[in-house]
Design a protein around this ligand. Structure first.
Ligand SMILES: C[S@@+](CC[C@H](N)C(=O)[O-])C[C@H]1O[C@@H](n2cnc3c(N)ncnc32)[C@H](O)[C@@H]1O
Length: 259
């Protein structure tokens, strides 16, 4: 039997070709995360690690904003990395590597580690964030966009109203995300509510599949066809699908500040 992480990697890998056409929410969050990064003071980062780069929505912003930086772009799914390499073909000072963000193995230290909508897929977030923070140079920044617990609120409510539980990934509250970061750094969290407008519920579910984000929550039992039809009807036409984006900027202590 394959591990959950391997199953997630396979789904994303299989979706590499259809990802870009169905990832408006991810494209939006990448752009906003890049905007937040541009507000950071100090010298621009020289060594940058991206986790879960996918087809490169955030990578493209990083390359444009930091033309002199050395970028190491990583993802657990080799097909996603190949799509990203294709998108950034010809870019200087870029290296691609397969890497599970829970077990970072690229030699640092990095001035910036960034990830757009990836860490919700990690099993043990506090341990992963600690491991990533150890790859940062003193004063370095971990910049992540996260999905808050009210994401897909109407889909979850439609399930609850019928005594069911949605199979979408269980997500954390803002406070739970904050608690997952190592306590020794300084953390800023910003929240943004954003809506996607698929034609109907079926298009919503199909787009999750088209980007590979349809791995069911652990232990979820598939719905019967009739239950699914009822839930899709409940969403109605042109449902405004809620996304709660949380942008996290965590800064490692500067050298000597803990002494
Ligand atoms: C929703 S996509 C986001 C992709 C990209 N950051 C973007 O802005 O479009 C999630 C990505 O995380 C990757 N991923 C999932 N689990 C991962 C893990 N444990 N380590 C590294 N990457 C992972 C997937 O392969 C996929 O490319």
């Amino acid at each position: 039997m394959i591990s959950r992480q391997e199953a997630i990697a396979r789904r994303f890998g299989a979706a590499a070709a259809s990802y870009d056409a169905h990832s408006a929410p991810q494209r939006h969050a990448a752009s906003r995360l890049a905007t937040e990064l541009a507000t950071l003071s100090g010298p621009g980062p020289a060594r940058v690690l991206e986790i879960g780069c996918g087809t490169g929505h955030l990578s493209e912003h990083l390359r444009r904003a930091l033309p002199l930086a050395q970028l190491v772009l990583t993802d657990i799914a080799p097909a996603m990395l190949a799509a990203c390499a294709h998108r950034l073909a010809g870019a200087d000072k870029v290296r691609w590597a397969t890497m599970d963000a829970s077990r970072p193995d690229q030699s640092g230290p990095f001035d910036l580690i960034a990830g757009n909508l990836v860490v919700q897929w990690l099993d043990d977030l506090p341990t992963a964030l600690t491991a990533l923070s150890r790859c940062l140079a003193p004063g370095g920044t971990l910049a992540l966009s996260l999905l808050g617990e009210s994401t897909f609120a109407q889909w979850q409510a439609a399930h609850r109203a019928r005594g069911l539980t949605a199979g979408t990934l269980p997500l954390r509250s803002r406070a739970a995300y904050a608690a997952a970061f190592p306590p020794e750094g300084s953390l800023t969290l910003m929240q943004e509510i954003w809506h996607d407008e698929p034609r109907d519920g079926l298009e919503f579910l199909r787009s999750l599949r088209a980007i590979g984000a349809d791995a069911p929550a652990p232990g979820h039992r598939p719905l019967a066809a009739g239950q699914l039809r009822t839930l899709l009807r409940a969403l109605g036409p042109r449902p405004a699908i809620r996304y709660e984006f949380i942008y996290a900027l965590w800064q490692a202590p500067a050298r000597g500040s803990a002494e």
